[in-house]
Design a binder for this molecule. Structure first.
Ligand code: ADP
Ligand code: MG
Length: 245
């Protein structure tokens, strides 16, 4: 595959904290993510998964701490300058634009040459098997197709890393399974660093190289799916994903 740059960005969080007013929702988190790793943030609703991801993306300011992407301190950089692309659960496609226009939009804003845009769109849509849908509008697509377009929009930007926030939670159970397999394939083919947020244990167990279990803004455990399952640090982790013991 030639879609993304071969660089594999490490991501480093150093004592990252987030306060909303007097409420601390992320407590001084340290985390190192290897280049090319698929890391899943998992935990119950409200534990801070989205906030942590949004701080990495630059959509939310940190209250304290530093964030490094590909060895560069991006803590004070705009989202567009961080080299990452984010995929949301709401597809956030432009309803009045065709699939092709949706895919091209960000690249046009960045003044990417037209032949390069065409090349990126061709490659991304082939990977995602949406090349036959380029002239449709989002309203003429199924939920799964829309989610593919949203992922395509991330791919064409050739990011160093992909950030996913519960990208499948609007899909029905059957589609979730097939899209999960697609995302795993995407990671194999592109090789980028990916951080994936979910409250779904099965998604975490099947996608992750490493799982980060969060609870009330703190990391309870970091490990491979097997480590977390077979050797949970505490009752919370055991209850959430560990094997019964
Ligand atoms: P998750 O994604 O794990 O469900 P969130 O990161 O969305 O959790 O939220 C973590 C905590 O931060 C929750 O208690 C939530 O209510 C709070 N929170 C999130 N965004 C804001 C905000 N903009 N203002 C105040 N509190 C917020
Ligand atoms: Mg969330």
């Amino acid at each position: 595959m030639t879609v993304t740059s071969p660089e594999k960005a490490q991501i480093e969080l150093r004592r990252v904290r987030k306060d909303f007013g007097s409420l601390t929702v992320i407590h001084d988190i340290d985390l190192h993510i290897e280049g090319g790793e698929f890391v899943v943030f998992v935990g119950p609703s409200g534990c801070g998964k989205s906030t942590l991801l949004r701080m990495i993306a630059g959509l939310e300011e940190v209250s304290a701490g530093d964030i490094l992407i590909a060895d560069k301190d991006v803590t004070d950089l705009d989202p567009s300058k961080r080299g990452i692309a984010m995929v949301f659960q709401s597809y956030a496609l432009y309803p009045h634009m065709s699939v092709r226009e949706n895919l091209a939009f960000g690249l046009e804003m960045a003044k990417t040459p037209k032949d390069e845009i065409d090349r990126q769109i061709k490659s991304a849509t082939q990977i995602l098997k949406i090349d036959a849908l380029l002239d449709r509008r989002p309203g003429q697509l199924s939920g799964g197709q829309r989610q593919r377009v949203a992922i395509g929009r991330a791919i064409v930007r050739k990011p160093l890393a992909f950030l996913f926030d519960e990208p499948l939670s609007n899909l029905d159970a059957e589609l979730r399974v097939s899209m999960r397999i697609e995302i795993a394939r995407l990671h194999r083919e592109l090789g980028n660093t990916m951080i994936y947020v979910t409250h779904d244990q099965t998604e975490a167990m099947t996608l992750a190289d490493r799982i980060v279990v969060l609870r009330d803004g703190r990391i309870e455990q970091v490990g491979t799916p097997r480590e977390v399952y077979e050797d949970p640090n505490n009752l919370f982790v055991a209850g959430f994903i560990g094997s019964p013991r």
